[in-house]
Structures are given as C-alpha cells and as structure tokens.
Ligand binder design. Structure first.
Ligand code: SF4
Length: 358
C-alpha cells in the first residue's frame, strides 16, 4: 500500500514581469506562469520523475518543493501536515526533511572547503550529533555509502581535486547527512561524463533501496528517466500533461507532446548512419507570459483541431491504471497509431489564430 509523503494541490508559481512606464501608467501587469495549477502525489520510497524541455517549469516545481521559492497559490502537504507557507523553526525542520542535489556539483560546493567541511557543515548548522567526534563517525559512514572510500583519502580533498563523478558522490553524501525524507535531484547527471552517469544513477538507486529514500528526479532526458524513475510526470509550459507509471508513460504514450519528446531521443543503431529523425512537433515553445488559449500545446500539435483552441483547456484525466493525460483526442490518436505513421492529412486542418509573443 503506497503511503503519500508529499501532496501538491493546484501548485502555482507566477513571477511578475518588469513593466515599462506605459504599462505602469495603464496599470497593466504581466506574469510569467512558470508553474500553473499542478497537482501530484509522491509516495514514500518512490522515484518520481519530472520531465520536459527547458522552460517547462520542472526546476521551478523542484524549488517550490524545496521551499526555495514562495508558493503563489495552491497547497503543499508534507507527511500529512500543511507545508504551503512555513517560517522560522517549522521551515528549518522542513529543510532537514527535504534536501537537494544540484545539477552542477562543482558550483554547489564551496571551493575552499574540504570534503570533511562540506559534510560537517549541515550537521553543525542543524546541531546534529553530540560533538565533532560523533559527527566525524557519521561523515565517514556516509562516505562509505556513496563509495568514496577509503574515507581518509577523500576527507582532505577540495572539490577541484575530485573527478566529476566523485564530486557528484560527495554532493549526494551531503544531502544524506541529515537523513532526509525526500531528495530533489535536479539534473544530477547532466554535467557528468556519459561513462559515469549509469554508475551515479545506480548508486542513487541502491541508496534509495537501502535507506528508504524518496527522490524527485528532474530531467529533460527521457532515456535516464525511463531507467531511473518509478512514476513520471511530463510538463509542458507550466502544466503536467501526462503522468503515470514510467513504463506506461513511455510504452503507451498518449499525449502528442510526450510522443515528440520520445521521438527526439537519439537511438544509435549499429551498422546504420544516424540520421536526424522527424520529430512530430512544430514551432517553438510559446512565452510563459502568453499562454495559448484552450489546450496550451495546440500551436505545436500536429493533431490539433478547432475545439482544441476554442474550448476549455483539457483536464488531466485518469484513463485507467493510474495513467493520466490532458488531451481531448488521446483515444483517437491512440487509434491512429504512432505519430510517425500518421499523415498530416488525417489530422487537424484549420489554423489557430494564436500568435506567440516575441
Ligand atoms: S487537446 Fe488537441 S491540441 Fe491539445 S494535445 Fe490534444 S490534440 Fe493536441
């Protein structure tokens, strides 16, 4: 039986855009709708993936979970307690429970600190352990867990004396120091050599099993998401447009945007020259200040028909087996078969008048 650990309801983050004098005089206010009323539940001990292209709102969602940004609207619950707006001691307690692995392990560590300093710091800030001796024992145990051993060899090193993979292991060790309930990992392997990526993900998976950790894995890379996550949420322009068990989302893709993301993954075929594949999507991602009417994906969707932009935005509906999709034509699209086999003639013909802003 899955036990919810983090529940987000209509989570929203809007940023105000700086106005020019005319806009100030007219009283106009423009907003970047970075995260736009998204709801999801993360269960204890699972790896929940947030995927999408740059600017889709996945990192902002991670920062909202981390409480590095104030929530504009909606609610966030952690272990059954309201964590939407926290201050003082409650925020400090929350920050112990939720830790983050950043994309760039080098810039996320103080270059003047040794590995010992990096790992001791959270223990000292949160006053964990009786004294320095007890903290050091814990630091050594965690270094062993992340396979930076023997610890004596790594404790005295500065970040520049570590390889990319070792740095990310040290960054992972830092997140484990406070025994968190959730770790938000924002593109944790995107800056690491290809050869080391699998090793780091394997280590994270092992730690998750041994320590009962829960991860929120943020990435634009569907191939690692498939390997690493239990459930996936695909984001587009601040909204979740498809969500479900990772295998189901990847093998039975229903939303045209997810289909495009999957088609864009490079697959080397032995003995064949790699050609640029046709990706079933058109145009560029619109500005988050000018969200298209109706289905926000319609200007780029090869399946769009008039009701897609003339009617209400499609809701994220459960179509069975915990697979959710926000597309009014998903059943027809599934019948039509894979996007690559579908000719444009059978798809939407009329053009939307939506004009993306510059
Ligand atoms: S609702 Fe229409 S525009 Fe939106 S994804 Fe589905 S087919 Fe495309």
């Amino acid at each position: 039986m899955s036990e919810p650990i983090l529940v987000a309801e209509n989570l929203t983050k809007w940023f105000p855009v700086k106005r020019n004098l005319t806009q100030v005089m007219k009283g106009n206010r423009t907003w970047v709708r970075a995260v736009d009323r998204i709801s999801f539940t993360i269960n204890k001990g699972e790896i929940f993936g947030l995927v999408g292209e740059s600017g889709c709102g996945k990192t902002t969602t991670g920062k909202l979970i981390m409480k590095l940004l104030e929530i504009t609207d909606g609610t966030l619950e952690m272990k059954g307690e309201n964590a939407t707006h926290l201050r003082g001691a409650a925020l400090e307690k929350y920050r112990r429970e939720v830790q983050m692995i950043f994309q760039d392990p080098y810039s996320s560590m103080n270059p003047r600190f040794t590995v010992r300093d990096v790992l001791m710091e959270p223990l000292e800030i949160h006053k964990v352990g009786k004294d320095a001796k007890e903290r050091e024992v814990w630091v050594r145990e965690i270094l062993d867990e992340v396979k930076l051993s023997p610890p004596d060899e790594f404790l005295v090193r500065h970040p520049h004396m570590l390889s990319g993979g070792q740095r990310q292991r040290a960054a992972t060790a830092r997140t484990l120091m406070l025994s968190p309930s959730i770790i938000v990992a924002d593109e944790p392997v995107s800056m690491i050599d290809l050869s080391t990526r699998a090793e780091i993900l394997h280590m994270m998976r092992q730690l998750q099993r041994e320590m009962g950790l829960t991860y929120v894995y943020i990435t634009h890379d569907l191939s690692t998401a498939r390997y690493f996550t239990d459930r996936l949420a695909v984001m587009y322009l601040g909204k979740i447009i498809e969500m479900g068990v990772a295998g189901s989302v990847i093998d039975r893709t229903l939303h045209p945007y997810t289909k495009a993301l999957i088609a864009a993954v490079c697959e080397p075929v032995s003995g064949k020259v790699n050609r640029i594949k046709d990706v079933p999507i058109k145009g560029e991602i619109p500005a988050a200040t000018n969200i298209p009417p109706g289905c926000r994906f319609h200007p780029r969707c090869l399946y769009a028909v008039e009701e897609c932009w003339q009617e209400e935005e499609p809701t994220l509906d459960d179509i069975g087996g915990g697979h959710l999709v926000a597309c009014r034509r998903w059943a027809e699209i599934e019948r039509l078969g894979a996007a690559a086999r579908t000719s444009e003639a059978s798809l939407g013909t009329r053009k939307s008048s939506f004009a993306p802003s510059a």
